[in-house]
Design a binder for this molecule. Structure first.
Ligand code: SF4
Ligand code: SF4
Length: 429
């Protein structure tokens, strides 16, 4: 039974919790709030009361379930193997079934399902973004701050919308001579609309490795923002649209450069479409050939070392939660970085600790998100590096905001950008 369809699907997980409190040691929310409701154990008790009928779902209770970055740190520190990620998703889906979706989220997820209109909105936004965003001069990033407070403060630093989306910059099939493989690229929204530099680096690196790249125009949002907020119907609709778009063009493998997108293709689509056998089979098929880009370049088609040029960077690597704990990808990006001539990798303290971004969490709980981010920024500063590499555009946003506001001169990039830079420098010889 899918966690998205019924609270009963998680009764065993709830039963396995012995209330030891080990999850407190690692929970970023508990570290800041010191409240039982912030940690897995507290929320597990609330769900148990819900199931036993001692509590009713209210808006206040639904709010409590929003207090979680879904970082999965509690999963890994739990001696009983409780999968709290399943519990929180089931609880949020139940909250939406009982209390409905917040109107703002409803509008946002509806817009995400209307791809053409969404594209038009983003295009218009890229033209008029200066009305809401104030450009922050920066040597390597196009970043900005809000001109006025819409409830999230004006300190946060955002990437600016690209004037052209990534998917409009490339044909659906990027050909190479004598391709050794045909690989589909799921761009995700942040890379398509904001961080097109990451997407271009993915295409360049794949081409450099003689791989034909397929970028279906019909793809859209991965649906993770909807699924983690309990909007199961929107998430399922988005999953189906992506499956159809990629199935139509076909490929030997699928790559992503975003931790949410990878989680969606590997784990979430199948769970969401559990009750629809035809789509479930499709989701399982694509899950079996989906890779994070770093995982693909280490495990599936080892990337070419010849042709790599020097990149003089002192780099520290931040592990995105959904790439590290969600997909078990953590050695691969480091292997890539260590292979690049000139790169010195210096580990920060607790590179796997959540950065506090967590999608809409940072908008719903902006102060808490910044508090969590401040700890990460302090750890980055101690490394005395000049670059933070990470494997997720959302983490890049949060980390950049943190270092910028702390006045630390640090570039924040995706690992694949450093590899692309190395190939580029190799050609200058
Ligand atoms: S660590 Fe696991 S068993 Fe212990 S309280 Fe937390 S969720 Fe329950
Ligand atoms: S998933 Fe992360 S934020 Fe949520 S309860 Fe577990 S440790 Fe805390």
């Amino acid at each position: 039974m899918s966690v998205y369809n019924s609270l009963d699907s998680i009764t065993e997980e709830l039963h396995n919790c012995m209330k030891c409190g080990n999850c407190m040691e690692v929970c970023p929310i508990y570290k800041e709030t010191r409240q039982e409701v912030g940690v897995a154990r507290g929320k597990i008790s609330l769900v148990q009361y819900l199931l036993s009928g001692e509590l009713e779902m209210t808006e206040k209770l639904a709010d409590r379930f929003s207090l979680c970055t879904t970082c999965m740190a509690c999963n890994t520190n739990c001696p009983c193997g409780v999968r709290f990620d399943k519990i929180i998703l089931a609880a949020r889906a139940e909250a939406v079934r009982k209390k409905g979706l917040h109107p703002v989220k409803k509008i946002a997820f509806t817009a995400l399902k209307m791809q053409r209109m969404f594209d038009f909105g983003m295009k218009t936004g890229s033209i008029f973004q200066g009305m809401a965003l104030k450009h922050v001069p920066h040597k390597s990033d196009r970043i900005a701050r809000m001109r006025f407070d819409i409830g999230i403060g004006t300190d946060k630093v955002f990437p600016m919308l690209a004037s052209r989306t990534l998917r409009s910059e490339f044909p659906e099939v990027v050909k190479v001579k004598n391709p050794k493989m045909r690989v589909a690229f799921f761009t995700g929204c942040m890379i398509n609309y904001f961080y097109t530099d990451i997407g271009k680096a993915v295409v360049e690196v794949l081409k450099e490795n003689d791989i034909e790249v397929v970028i279906p125009k019909g793809q859209g949002c991965c649906g993770i923002p909807a699924s983690v907020n309990g909007d199961v119907h929107s998430a399922a609709a988005l999953a189906k649209r992506n499956l159809r778009a990629f199935e139509k063009l076909g490929a030997d493998a699928l790559v992503v450069a975003c931790s949410s997108g990878g989680t969606a293709w590997k784990h979430v689509f199948g769970e969401l479409l559990d009750n629809e056998p035809e789509f479930k089979a499709l989701a399982d098929k694509w899950a079996g050939k989906s890779y994070d880009i770093s995982e693909f370049l280490i495990k599936k088609v080892p990337f070419k070392k010849e042709g790599l040029g020097r990149v003089e960077r002192k780099v520290t690597y931040h592990d995105p939660c959904h790439l590290n704990r969600g997909q078990g990808v953590n050695t691969e990006p480091r292997e890539i970085l260590k292979s690049i001539p000139g790169v010195e990798l210096i580990e920060m303290k607790e590179p796997g600790r959540c950065c506090g971004m967590a999608g809409s969490f940072s908008l719903v709980h902006p102060d808490l998100s910044v508090q969590i981010s401040d700890r990460k920024t302090a750890d980055i500063e101690l490394t005395h590096t000049d670059t933070v590499a990470t494997g997720c555009p959302a983490c890049r946003l949060q980390l950049k905001s943190g270092v910028e506001n702390a006045g630390i001169e640090e570039e924040v990039v995706h690992t694949i950008q450093i590899l692309a830079e190395s190939y580029k420098n190799g050609k200058k010889k």
